[in-house]
Design a protein around this ligand. Structure first.
Ligand code: VG1
Ligand code: CO
Length: 545
């Protein structure tokens, strides 16, 4: 083998965040930047030696170039075999499934998820371990440490391979298989859900759907699953061709960014009965009914309450988990089912142990993410199929299903306000101030309700005992409303402050309010306590979901 050892100086900023290393494309394209990080991963992930690696990405700009580099580095670092998605495409859930199905030692996913792409956009890289899930913090910390002192990396001298055909290659002693990106994943979905029941919804014209792939990775998956296997209406898919810049948009499935979809579902004539979207790498989902939006936290609660109606979960669920900022709607369902609901820090990596230890079956986050023990990542298309299957069984619309859930369990009005690209120092000061005053806030009354608890959330993993501190300031009121403050770990420009609000209402006459109106008082309380606008020089939030 023709291996070169290239000397290279360390970069100081290769610390992975909530979900891998995310930076501007221009940062990734600096000399040896990607190579340094990849070598740091290979240095830590010694389990890849002589084993199988799964490799793919969301199709954004620099995806294919990065794959060629990583293949040559994998060969130089003793990987035995790589399975790479055709045209370099693999969704995050598909990678998770492939790792598990083929007993791979790990996977590398090239994606900055919901962040915009293109030459001026973002790029990202994340490593998943042999259970199919994101590497734990102990792993990413070790990778970061190596990246700080790295002096060289190994790469083999070889031509680029053709990723456009399903074919086998040899690169040095390593074999590379370019595989179909979709089939294995689609087969898995077919094992979990009742495709016949869903198909009959479309066959009898009982319903029509619109799925927005946002010009990101789910296009080919949606074509195979919704068009080919489920025979959905002909115009079911929009933006289904993956583009390097996602057509210039943010591939983020929320009402702010999936505007075309939202306009279709809100049309006065011929609106489809069901709408959905996924993000850049296919792990997020948004669910819409006709003129109706399902809050992701509610979606998790509704899935939990109805899981037994789905073939894959017909024996019931063991437990559930949600991230700290996710509303406590699912907690109410867990209580009624007498199962445990775990509260974890933000990011899917914290669910892995709970899933592996069979403590939970379903889990989710407020940020349009939900999933189950079928893989170790959140899964956008899985969530869409879950809802379609529910509609097929219950013979009710999205709105009816959601409203009857509120009737039974009460409603958690919920919103998230994001303040983007804030000066890092100001954002840190704001959070530090909240930490400082947390103790003294306890017992004080705001807008008629007393603060029952105020702290900086710390998580003790019940499986491995690891402690993760400083995960967000939470303010819990006696009337069960709640405010959470935290800084994003996925942004690439300054700091993003996320403020999460929830207000629990059981009065059946009060279940149909506008969300922002229902939360107005709480939003004012957050401003009084945290002084966001004055401290960050802002007049309003940049994105409200
Ligand atoms: C955000 C979300 C978090 C999610 C993460 C990765 O993180 O809030 O819930 O797990 O993105 O999602 P942060 O640190 O920016 O709040 V994905 O689909 O971007 O990989
Ligand atoms: Co994503």
């Amino acid at each position: 083998m023709n291996i070169s050892t290239i000397s290279s100086a360390a970069y100081s900023d290769q610390k992975p965040g909530t979900s891998g290393l995310r930076k501007k494309v221009s940062v990734f394209k600096q000399p040896h930047y990607l190579e340094n990080f990849v070598q740091s991963v290979f240095n830590i992930a010694t389990e890849l030696q002589n084993q199988l690696l799964i490799l793919g990405g969301d199709g954004r700009y620099y995806n294919q170039q990065a794959i060629q580099i990583i293949l040559k580095m994998a060969a130089a670092n003793g990987v035995k075999r790589v399975m790479v998605g055709q045209n370099g495409l693999l969704s995050t859930p598909a990678v998770s499934h492939l790792i598990r199905k083929h007993n791979a030692a790990g996977g590398i996913i090239l994606s900055a998820s919901h962040n915009p792409g293109g030459v001026d956009g973002d790029f990202g890289i994340k490593f998943n371990i042999s259970n199919g899930g994101p590497a734990p913090t102990s792993f990413t910390d070790a990778v970061y440490d190596v990246s700080q002192t790295i002096t060289e990396y190994k790469i083999i001298n070889h031509d680029d391979i053709d990723l456009s055909h399903q074919q086998r290659y040899e690169i040095g002693d390593m074999s590379v298989e370019v595989i179909d990106s979709v089939t294995d994943y689609a087969d898995l979905m077919q094992q979990i859900f009742d495709f016949e029941a869903i198909k009959s919804l479309f066959r009898d014209n009982q319903m029509s759907m619109c799925f927005d792939a946002m010009h990101a990775v789910t296009g080919p998956y949606a074509k195979e699953i919704f068009e080919n296997r489920l025979s959905a209406n002909r115009d079911a898919l929009i933006n289904a061709t993956p583009l390097q810049d996602f057509g210039g948009g943010h591939p983020d499935p929320n009402l702010a960014h999936a505007q075309e979809l939202s306009a279709r579902l809100n049309a006065s004539n011929n609106a489809p009965s069901f709408g959905a979207a996924s993000d850049g790498d296919g792990d997020r989902n948004m669910i819409l009914g006709q003129h109706f939006f399902v809050n992701p936290s509610d979606s998790l609660a509704i899935m939990t309450a109805n899981a037994q109606l789905i073939p894959g979960y017909k024996n019931g669920i063991r437990g559930v988990a949600r991230s700290l900022p996710t509303s406590r709607a699912v907690d109410k369902v867990a209580q009624s089912l007498a199962i445990t609901c775990y509260e974890t820090p933000t990011g899917w990596k914290y669910f892995g142990n709970l899933l592996d230890d069979k403590r939970i079956t379903l889990c989710g986050e407020e940020s349009f993410g939900s999933g189950s023990d079928h893989i170790r990542e959140k899964d956008g298309i899985w969530a869409v199929l879950f809802w379609l299957n529910l509609i097929a069984v219950k013979k009710q619309s999205v709105e009816q299903i959601t409203r009857s859930h509120w009737q039974q369990f009460g409603r958690h009005y919920y919103t998230r306000h994001d303040y983007e690209a804030i000066d890092n120092e100001l954002a840190d000061q704001l959070i530090q101030n909240l930490r400082d005053i947390a103790g003294s806030l306890q017992g004080k009354t705001f807008a008629g309700s007393k603060i029952a608890l105020c702290d900086d959330f710390s998580y003790a993993d019940p499986v491995d005992g690891s402690i993760t501190k400083k995960q967000g300031i939470r303010i819990l009121f006696e009337n069960e409303s709640r405010i959470v403050f935290r800084l994003s770990g996925t942004g690439t420009e300054g700091a993003t402050l996320r403020v999460y609000f929830e207000n629990y209402i059981t009065d059946k006459e009060q279940l149909d309010q506008d969300t922002q109106t229902a939360l107005r008082e709480l939003i004012e309380v957050a401003e009084t306590i945290a002084e966001i606008k004055t401290r960050c020089n802002r007049t309003s939030a940049d994105v409200i979901t």
